[in-house]
Write a protein that binds this ligand. Structure first.
Ligand code: PLP
Length: 341
């Protein structure tokens, strides 16, 4: 259902507002100073997350960006490159942080839907001497810029094995890894086993107001914790936000509802504007629409949407991304179509 002010916001799954259960948990959370490791709510969330992923330890961080960047910083040296998909969030949408903070560049791969083949790793690693050393490989699952596509687990297993054979550490930007789990039915431990570090966000489809986490070995997480302090991410009574994140994590099974709604949206667009969407490409909570098929200019469309109380991001060259989450439903989807039709 739209927000209480009547706005239906399809821009991102980050726009959700905390539920009454989250607010209650925040108000009653036991607290301590997390820089001293004294916050029982944060400690509980870190343990729970590490256990869930089958990793030894975890570090709670304010944002997915900080989680990814700490993983890169802890597992590379300045002057090295990160092997990643060309459309990866860590490369394109984190404000140049890898270059500015870790002094690393990128060796990119252009597979469909965020995919990286074992042969991509082999050929990237073949060249040494003149080229920068590749220090880390990064997956993104689900893959945001391709419209929330799920990177298949078999491929992740094969390619990560190849990366490890070459001595590379592997990181997963799993901002929406639980959407991949909900869509594929593959256990989270199997995804996590393909990597040395995994970052996931509580503040995306899981619906918490703030927070992400990095999981990995005890030794790697000790380094991530040290670097988090360096970047100013050592927070104090963080249990206030970790409490909401724990509620969000416990409700992860509801992500399938967002996927059903995204497919419903896809069907509505396909009926109203034939050829505007490939329903098969809607695997999780994002629908990618060919905006040209709608027959309106962006100015016309955005005026109509604004007066109908609907928020959507402008189209990008790769498509128009519409995102479902806990705070929109089927009636909002119908309202969106009615405004454009
Ligand atoms: C795939 C992916 N990784 C990382 C992030 C960064 O998360 P944050 O906005 O919490 O920094 C996002 C944000 O949308 C994302 O989509």
């Amino acid at each position: 259902m739209a927000f209480s002010d009547g706005i239906a916001d399809f821009r991102s799954d980050t726009v959700t507002r905390p539920t009454p259960e989250m607010l209650e948990a925040m108000a009653s959370a036991p607290l301590g100073d997390d820089v001293y490791h004294d916050d029982p709510t944060v400690n509980g969330l870190e343990q729970e997350s590490a256990d869930l992923l089958g990793k030894e330890a975890a570090v709670f961080v304010p944002t997915g960006t900080m989680g990814n960047q700490l993983a890169i910083m802890a597992q590379t040296n300045p002057g090295e490159e990160v092997l990643a998909h060309e459309g990866s969030h860590v490369r394109s949408i984190e404000g140049g942080a890898p270059q500015a903070l870790s002094g690393v560049g990128f060796r990119t791969v252009s597979g469909e839907g965020g995919q990286i083949e074992p042969a991509d790793v082999d050929s990237a690693m073949e060249w040494s001497g003149f080229f920068p050393v590749i220090g880390l490989m990064v997956w993104e699952n689900t893959h945001n810029l391709s419209g929330g596509r799920v990177v298949p687990i078999d491929l992740m297993e094969k390619t990560s094995e190849s990366a490890r054979r070459h001595g590379l550490n592997v990181h997963i930007d799993g901002a929406r890894i639980f959407n991949a789990v909900a869509a594929s039915g593959v256990p989270i431990t199997r995804y996590a086993a393909t990597a040395d570090s995994v970052q996931f966000c509580f503040s995306k489809g899981l619906g918490a107001p703030i927070g992400s986490i990095v999981c990995g070995s005890t030794e790697l997480m000790a380094e991530v914790r040290r670097l988090r302090k360096r970047l100013g991410g050592g927070m104090r009574q963080t249990g206030v936000i970790a409490a909401a994140a724990r509620v969000a994590l416990a409700s992860r099974d509801r992500l399938v509802e967002d996927h059903i709604l995204a497919r419903r949206l896809g069907d509505l667009f396909a009926d109203a504007f034939p050829g505007s969407v490939d329903p098969v490409s809607i695997e999780t909570n994002m629908a990618r629409i060919d905006f040209q098929s709608i027959g309106l200019s962006w100015v016309e469309a955005s005026e109509r949407l604004e007066s109908a109380g609907i928020k959507v991001n402008p189209p990008l060259p790769g498509g128009w991304r519409i995102v479902t989450h806990r705070d929109v439903d089927a009636s909002d989807a119908e309202k969106l179509l009615a405004a454009l039709s």
